[in-house]
Design a protein around this ligand. Sequence first.
Ligand SMILES: *[C@@H]1O[C@H](CO)[C@@H](O)[C@H](O)[C@H]1NC(C)=O
Ligand SMILES: *[C@@H]1O[C@H](CO)[C@@H](O)[C@H](O)[C@H]1NC(C)=O
Ligand SMILES: *[C@@H]1O[C@H](CO)[C@@H](O)[C@H](O)[C@H]1NC(C)=O
Ligand SMILES: *[C@@H]1O[C@H](CO)[C@@H](O)[C@H](O)[C@H]1NC(C)=O
Length: 370
Amino acid sequence: MKSHIWYLIVVYVLVLSLEGKSMVSGEPQVPCAQVPCYFTFGDSLSDNGNNNNLATRAKANYRPYGIDFPGGTTGRFSNGRNLVDFIAEKLNFSNYIPPFMNTRGFNIAQGVNYASGGAGIRFQTGRALGQVISMGEQLRNHNIIIRQIRRSMRNNNSATMAYLKQCLYMVEIGSNDYLNNYYVPSFYSTSRRFSTQEYATRLINQLSLQLEDLIAKGARKVATFGVGLLGCTLYARATFETNGSPCVNDINDAIQLFNIGLKSLIDKLNSRYKNAKFIMIDVAQISTVQPPNQGQIISDAPCCEVQYDNVQCVPFGRVCDNRDGYLFYDGVHPTEFGFEGLANRSFIAQFPNDTYPCDIQQLVQLKLPY
Ligand SMILES: *[C@@H]1O[C@H](CO)[C@@H](O)[C@H](O)[C@H]1NC(C)=O
Ligand SMILES: *[C@@H]1O[C@H](CO)[C@@H](O)[C@H](O)[C@H]1NC(C)=O
Ligand SMILES: *[C@@H]1O[C@H](CO)[C@@H](O)[C@H](O)[C@H]1NC(C)=O
Ligand SMILES: *[C@@H]1O[C@H](CO)[C@@H](O)[C@H](O)[C@H]1NC(C)=O
C-alpha cells in the first residue's frame, strides 16, 4: 500500500516536471527576456481565452481546439500554440502571457493578452457573432492593468511609465473588419456605404488614433501585423465566387489596400514619434513567398472537420493525424505549425519584405531615446 502511494507520487512529480519542460524554457539559468513585458491586442490569431465566457460564437473553448497544447483546451483557436505563444517563447518568457479575462496566478507586470476572437478595429465588427472585445475596448482594459501595475509601484507614475516604455506591444487586428463586417452585407452596410479604398482609409485612420493612444499609455516598441490573404482561406473559397482562381481575388485586393495604408501609417508614426518605433509584419507577403525547402504542406483543406459555415471545427469532430502537414486547422485559423511559420518569420525576417522596416528581434534589441 505504502509503496503504491510512493509510486503515485513519483509519477505525479514526473508528470509535473514534464509539463514544466514542455512549457517555455522554464529552467532558472535561462537568460532573462530582453523585454521585461509583452502586451498583445488582437483577434482570434492571438486570443488565448478572452472569449471563453462571452456570449459569442467566436470561441474555441472546446475540443478539438487545444489537442496539442500542454494545458489542453484553453480558448486558443488552433490545435496547439498560437502566434503570441511562439513569440513569448522567442522572447524567453518563462510562461505564456495570460489572457486579460483570467490573469489569476500570473504576474501581470510581465504582460497581458487582450485579444478577442471576432474583434476588429471598428466597434461593430464581429457583433453578428455575439459579444467581442473591440480594439477600443482592449485599450480600455489595458488602462485597468496599468492602474494595477502603478499601484504595485507605490503609485509612482514616472517609474510606471519608465517601466511600460520597455515592453513589447503587439497589435494584430483588421481581419474581422473584412470577414466579419465588410463581407457580411446581410448584417453590415459598410460595403454599400464605402468603396474598398474608402473602407481601408477609414480603418487606417481609426487604427492610427488607437496606436497613438497606445503611445500615450507608454508604448514605445510596437509590432503591428498586416492582414493576411483572407481570400485564400477555406471559408472564403467556400462562401464567395472565385471565378476559377485559387482564391477570392476581390477580398485579397481589398485587403492589400489596407496593408498599403498600414505601411504608410508606420512611416507616419515613426517620423512623428522619434522616441518610439513601429514595425509592420507583412502577413500577406509572408504567405505568398514560401521557403523553397518546405515540402508538401496542405493549404487547401482544413485539418479538423468544420461546421456548416466553414469557419470553426465541429465540437468533438474528427481531426487529421499529421497536423504539421496542414496550414489550416479549421476554415480560417492556422495549425500550430502554421502559427510557428508565421512567428518565425515575424521574429527573424526570412525575406526582405516579411517585415517593415525591421523584424521583431531587431525591434526588441533597439535602444530608444526614451
Ligand atoms: C533567448 O535565449 C537564447 C538561449 O540562451 C539566446 O540565444 C537568445 O538570444 C535569447 N533571446 C532573447 C530575445 O533574449
Ligand atoms: C519614483 O521613481 C523614480 C525612479 O523611476 C525615482 O527617481 C523617484 O524618486 C520615485 N518617486 C517617489 C516619490 O518615490
Ligand atoms: C521555426 O523555427 C524553429 C527554430 O529556428 C525551427 O525549428 C522550426 O522548424 C521552424 N518552424 C517552421 C514551421 O518554420
Ligand atoms: C519588396 O518591396 C519593395 C518595395 O515595396 C519592392 O520594390 C520589391 O519588389 C519587393 N520584393 C519582393 C521580393 O517582393
